[in-house]
Design a protein around this ligand. Structure first.
Ligand code: PEP
Ligand code: MG
Length: 581
């Protein structure tokens, strides 16, 4: 038995067999061939291409016409069969007398470096497609098998991987993923957030789990403690099975809270909402007793369908969420691509600091066509429920003005076309950049609500990359500097008469509930699974008590001291309330 310690990224305990997933592990062999073997290598190439075509046709069949609005599957099918690439490979094999895998890689590298120098943005974007297509052929050449994705999983497994892109996480066959164990990653990465939304126990940042685990090994993933066990001894396995049962029982006990109001002991009602990434989560949101959706990360629609996702496809997705929530409020955040959420066809240039780069509203304001389509889809969907629109990564007044002007343009266009939208759609901005927090007195006069995004606010305030496991200890949710900014934002918003929500992961941390209540936060939004625990705290506390605990906590200078103080208060409230449940 071997134990790996990492970051507990999504709670729960998973027991199952390992499935190793690494999208980057193609090692290209290089060896000489004889003249008479050239035609043999070319026939290997054609067979691999043929298999790749069949594979893509199958994917196309499975996804159906709406699954590929961008038409990228057709583009890839065309590229696969491009006679020019085949001719180039043929000529080069005969010239250098090397194996076809190596030659193909060379041909593709040359093509990509040529395309990277052209000015035409469309051609530049094709480099990603070429790389993708060549990897598909290479995987057939090397393994004789297809380039499987996590969407193809047919058995229940624990996925073991160096790292996982949010785009891979969102398409994986969730029913078959019992747990996730990763070398890299940290708690507030989008993959971790997705894992929690999908209720998949996950441990990240283990550093080396992929180096020691083999396909089919028995694993325990303890997402509560951040532990992965490899081939556990029978007695340990038994202990974990009991732990798994106890955890599930506790979860279902907590669900008894679903029908109860989130109300403090002195009668203050607090809004408790859920965050979602894909429309299919609406069922879980309702099952966990959320009053509404406080954050729908719309970018996952673009990651799944491609950045050209049509107005119609977007409208249907937004409409399905609004209707699914049956009149409860739904806050849809406009596109927050960039950072770790990339759509390959657009993000061809690797930025040195993507988290400080072309992200979210910055992306939208330089791609106004894409933004406009989204705003039209949102406005049209607004007649199907109670929609709020929210903008990500706003850093100051001028940016918010430009953004609001885009919304106005979309409204005017729909009016001219005689297309209906709700007359009063509340519009809000996220506060996740320190400069926005500092000028929140001005911003508060321009919108109907704020939502604090602590995942980014913490990373930017403390200058700690939220996805870097090496410095995850420095990512301090309860840093006094972060708490002061939250305090300032709430005060400025209330002075201007607008409510403040929080949709960062801090909102789902039961320890934070006391201090957020004490600071006057109006709404909490979190992963649906986190709702009952936060509700438990709220129901066992008066606002006055929360204020006095908060006042004492704000005098502390170190986040560790603040955490310890809050833990003590939280523990007490849990044991008190368990008898209520
Ligand atoms: C945040 O930054 O807190 C937030 C909710 O946005 P995201 O996690 O999607 O960056
Ligand atoms: Mg954010």
């Amino acid at each position: 038995m071997k134990e790996f310690r990492g970051i507990p990224a999504s709670p729960g305990i998973a027991i199952g067999r390992a499935f190793l997933y690494n999208d980057d592990d193609l090692t290209i062999p290089e060896y000489p061939i004889h003249h008479h073997e050239v035609s043999l290598e070319m026939s290997r190439y054609r067979t691999a291409v043929g298999r790749a075509v069949v594979e893509l046709e199958q994917i196309k069949f499975r996804t159906g016409p709406t699954g590929d609005p961008d038409g990228f599957l057709d583009t890839h099918l065309m590229m696969l069969q491009d006679p020019e690439i085949e001719a180039k490979v043929d000529v080069k094999i005969a010239k250098v007398l090397k194996n076809v895998e190596w030659v193909l890689q060379e041909v593709v590298d040359e093509l990509i470096s040529k395309l990277s120098t052209v000015q035409d943005a469309y051609l530049k974007e094709r480099t990603i497609d070429i790389r993708d297509v060549s990897r598909r052929i290479l995987s057939h050449l090397l393994q004789g098998g297809g380039r499987g994705t996590l969407a193809d999983l047919k058995e229940e497994v624990i996925v073991v991987t160096p790292s996982l892109l949010p785009s891979d996480a969102v398409i994986m066959n969730k029913k078959m993923v019992l747990g996730l164990a990763m070398d890299q990653g940290a708690k507030t990465t989008h993959t971790a957030i997705l894992a929690r939304s999908f209720e998949i126990p996950t441990v990240m940042g283990t550093g080396r789990v992929t180096r020691e685990v083999r396909l089919g090994d028995l694993l325990v993933v303890d997402g509560n403690e951040g532990v992965v066990l490899l081939n556990p001894a029978p007695a340990v396995l038994e202990a974990y099975r009991s732990k798994q049962i106890r955890y599930r029982e506790q979860e279902s006990r907590l669900r008894a809270l679903n029908s109860l109001a989130a109300e403090t002991l002195d009668g203050r009602r607090i809004g408790l909402n859920a965050n979602i990434e894909i429309p299919e989560e609406v069922g879980s949101v309702l099952a966990h007793g959320a009053e509404g959706i406080g954050l729908y990360r719309s970018e996952f629609l673009f990651i799944e369908h491609g950045v050209g996702v049509s107005e119609e496809v977007q409208y249907e997705a937004y409409r399905s969420v609004l209707e699914g929530m049956g009149g409860r409020s739904v806050t849809i955040r406009t596109l927050d691509l960039g950072g770790d959420k990339l759509v390959p066809s657009l993000f061809t240039v690797r930025e040195a600091n993507p988290l400080l780069g072309w992200r979210a509203i910055r992306f939208c304001l330089t791609h106004k066509d894409i933004f406009h389509t989204q705003l039209r889809a949102l406005l049209r969907a607004s007649v199907h429920g109670s929609l709020k629109i929210m903008f990500p990564m706003i850093s100051g007044v001028a940016e918010l003005e430009e953004t609001l002007a885009c919304l106005e343009t979309a409204k005017q266009e729909l009016e001219t076309e005689g297309i209906a939208f709700a007359p009063k759609i509340p519009v809000g901005t996220m506060i996740e950049v320190p400069s926005a927090a500092l000028v929140s007195d001005h911003l508060a006069r321009m919108v109907d609500f704020f939502s604090i995004g602590t995942n980014d606010l913490t990373q930017y305030t403390l200058a700690v990359d939220r996805g870097n496991e090496r410095i995850s200890d420095l990512y301090e949710t309860f840093h006094p500097g972060v708490l002061r900014l939250i305090q300032l934002v709430i005060k400025n918003a209330h002075d201007a008469g607008i409510p403040v929500a929080m949709c960062g992961e801090m909102a789902g941390d039961p320890r934070a509930a006391i201090v957020l209540l004490g600071l006057g936060l109006d709404e909490f939004s979190m992963n649906a699974v986190g709702l009952p625990k936060v509700k438990q705290i709220i129901r066992n506390l008066s606002v006055e008590e929360a204020r006095s605990i908060t006042a004492s906590v704000l005098t502390l200078k170190r986040s560790r001291e603040i955490e310890t103080a809050l833990e003590a208060h939280t523990q007490g409230r849990f044991s008190q309330s368990e008898s209520h449940v």
